[in-house]
Design a binder for this molecule. Structure first.
Ligand SMILES: Cc1cc2nc3c(=O)[nH]c(=O)nc-3n(C[C@H](O)[C@H](O)[C@H](O)COP(=O)(O)OP(=O)(O)OC[C@H]3O[C@@H](n4cnc5c(N)ncnc54)[C@H](O)[C@@H]3O)c2cc1C
Length: 388
């Protein structure tokens, strides 16, 4: 294996790394993915598990991201029916809700248009006589309930399915294998990695840093260091509570700070999240803070006063967001691809992004690195590849 030349070496087996491995293998390239722990061990198993357009991004006028996400949602519903399913969402509007019914109606109308006006995603206002059936949702002060449709998945299983698809097309998966350092040379990068006690090397034409919350530190392990952008790690916690939400998901406004949180059915239980707090520690050690547990539990109790408010489990994941002042809630969820060269990129770092758009990101990345790779005959198009 020593000094073997691989077209593309990917560092990180989250959804982004798996997505790139799949797109590279589909395009006919030899690709090796290095994962230090297990597939989806990082953020890709700690998300809210929604395959969605991101209704609230419309408030920030992130139209491009919403349109792309809605498009990817439809592809996933088509290609991964066992893993991604439509689910109804409910937005209750109370007297004290800051987002008024006309604003939500406008947002949902735009969302439906961006989704291509498909009949299956139309929204409606729920008649008052149906409110009592909404899983014990507080009806005191309730003015309106909107219902629309998005999708849910199992993020870990989705990542595994994408990697499985990549392996079927010849991708190599080394795990547990830790990337140690990379050195620029004439062919691309020499990659040093460790499997158990053994250190080994690979020669890559192109290297992809898909290390998610570790991406900044991985960039520093290269000589010369890979260029980066200003990003920070923001942790987000979820809690699991007893009892299934029979009617689907709830999109709720936290009374104190007006952030949006979700209540979702999850394996016969209720999943509730999320939060946003800056995190500067080791990404492998992120865990929910007491203040996050209190914040989530109080909000849950506020909206579902009759349900059992007992935390059965809690966990946190990390978002990579552009550094900026003010609330992280309002920061862009766009994906940033940062290359070592504009003319002939041989290293690309992926910062930020969404589970939902992993395929589109990988497709875009392949376009970026195409000019640095030999011509190959494509084996498949990821837009049509089935995932199971
Ligand atoms: C709380 C929360 C909720 C979210 N909800 C949603 C949602 O509902 N819908 C949605 O679309 N998106 C959501 N997201 C965003 C989504 O989860 C992330 O964008 C996505 O999972 C990031 O994937 P990734 O592959 O970049 O990172 P990760 O999944 O973290 O993968 C990085 C991998 O790199 C590996 N690695 C690191 N260093 C090395 C090394 N030296 N050698 C080898 N391997 C290494 C790690 O072990 C890890 O497995 C959410 C994110 C959070 C935090």
């Amino acid at each position: 294996m020593k000094n073997k030349i691989i077209d593309i070496v990917v560092i990180g087996g989250g959804i982004q790394g798996a997505g790139v491995a799949q797109a590279a293998a589909a395009a006919g390239y030899q690709v090796t993915l290095l994962e230090q722990s297990s597939l989806a061990a990082g953020s890709s198993s700690k998300s809210s598990k929604l395959i969605h357009g991101g209704l609230r991004y419309l408030e920030n006028l992130d139209i491009k991201l919403v349109r792309e996400s809605l498009h990817e949602r439809e592809l996933l519903l088509k290609n991964a029916p066992e893993l991604v399913h439509r689910i109804p969402f409910h937005i209750p509007v109370y007297h004290r809700t800051s987002r008024k019914p006309w604003l939500i109606r406008t947002g949902l109308s735009l969302y439906t248009i961006l989704a291509g006006l498909s009949q299956s995603v139309r929204f409606r206002s729920l008649p008052e006589n149906e409110w009592a059936q909404l899983d014990g949702l507080k009806t005191d002060g309730l003015k309106k309930v909107f219902q629309y449709w998005d999708a849910q998945t199992d993020d870990r299983k989705l990542t595994e399915a994408v990697m499985h698809s990549a392996k079927e097309m010849g991708a190599e998966f080394l795990c547990p294998t830790t990337f140690m350092k990379g050195e620029k040379n004439e062919t691309g990068y020499k990659i040093h990695y460790k499997t158990g006690d053994k250190t080994n090397q690979l020669q890559a034409r192109v290297v992809i840093n898909a290390a998610g919350p570790w991406a900044l530190s991985v960039a520093k392990q290269f000589t010369p260091e890979l260029p980066v952008i200003a990003v920070e790690n923001i942790q987000g916690a979820h809690i699991e509570l007893p009892g299934l939400l029979e009617k689907g998901c709830y999109y709720l406004e936290v009374p104190e700070d007006k952030r949006a949180v979700f209540a979702m059915p999850w394996h016969d239980k209720t999943l509730f999240g999320t939060t946003e707090n800056q995190y500067t520690g080791d990404p492998a050690k992120v865990s929910p803070l007491q203040q996050e547990l209190d914040y989530l539990l109080q909000t849950y109790q506020f909206y579902f006063p009759e349900r059992r408010a007992e935390i059965l489990d809690a966990w946190a994941g990390i978002r990579v967001l552009p550094t900026a002042n003010g609330s992280s809630f309002k920061r862009s969820r766009e994906t940033h691809l940062v290359t070592d060269s504009e003319e002939r990129p041989t290293a690309v770092s992926i910062f930020g992004g969404k589970l939902t758009v992993y395929r589109a990101t990988a497709e875009q990345l392949m376009r970026v690195i195409q000019k640095s790779l030999p011509q190959k005959t494509a084996k498949a198009d990821t837009r049509n590849l089935k995932l199971s």
